[in-house]
Design a protein around this ligand. Sequence first.
Ligand SMILES: [Mn+2]
Length: 335
Amino acid sequence: MSGGVEHRGSTPAEAVLAPFRKDGGRALMLGHVHPDADVLGTLLALGLALEGRGWSVAYGGPHAAPGALGFLPGIERYGRLAEVGGPFDVAVLTDCPNPQRTEGLIDQARRAARLIVNIDHHPDNRRYADVNWLDVEAAATGEMVYELLEALGAPLTPPIATNLFTAIHTDTGSFRYSNVTARTFRTAAALVAAGAEPALVSESLYERRAPDALRWLGESLARVEVSDAGRLAWLALPAGAVPETFVESEELVNYPRSIATVRVACLFRERGGEVKVSLRGKGDVDVQRIAAQFGGGGHRSAAGCTVPGPVAAAMRAVLAAARAALAEARPGAPR
Ligand SMILES: [Mn+2]
């Protein structure tokens, strides 16, 4: 799968720009499993920019967009794809480190598209495309697609700006995480100037809970456990404990993360025979290395994996790995 062009850094090279330079063409914007705002916002932003230049663009992936992101402009274009269709001049994957996260759609895309482009900020990206643009310094793929559209001279319409602003907003925890840089704010400022509305995005993301959601939140938070002198905290949700749609719409792992002394926070969600694990690190623990031990991936401070159930067995295995990571990490207060 390797052998394609690889470009690293914050500015797109000509090899990255060339596929999008012509006026008119056919493109596929291909998402991954359980799409979040970074993948959806970037696929929509790039797709809308191409549509503005006369392209015909198809959008979709193995799962539909979550209802909570229904406010993203153009989201009605995105849906679950059984087949990718085609033919396409180019198929684009954003924020997708591993092509297996398309659940097989990548294989159809390779047959249907003349060129596959991979745009991503994950350090563990597999470089699976014909053109691979990787910027591990970017807080979100949203920052990269902003640079791409600037380099192409594409107009930043309010719908495009809102998609990219939301992508950056969510991947930075509302501009709070350690991945935030001066560049993040410069990009966000340009997007707000172009029509993204920060208050509207925040309200759409965080203030649209159903009344029942607070009861489910209470049920969930009552399950938080803390150990290892406060350095390890987790929240385990056995199958059926709270509705799946509620869990999908909340970043529950942020609650154990919010404890002052915590350096590794975990969320365990049992469904089917599997347990989905979300990991967050504060300070000097690299949670990507914990996730990688179980076939998962992500970033230094935010990673995930899926391990076999039941939830008690998953917790034993992952918490043991987390304790080992804590023991290895430099002593000292969390940053
Ligand atoms: Mn991302």
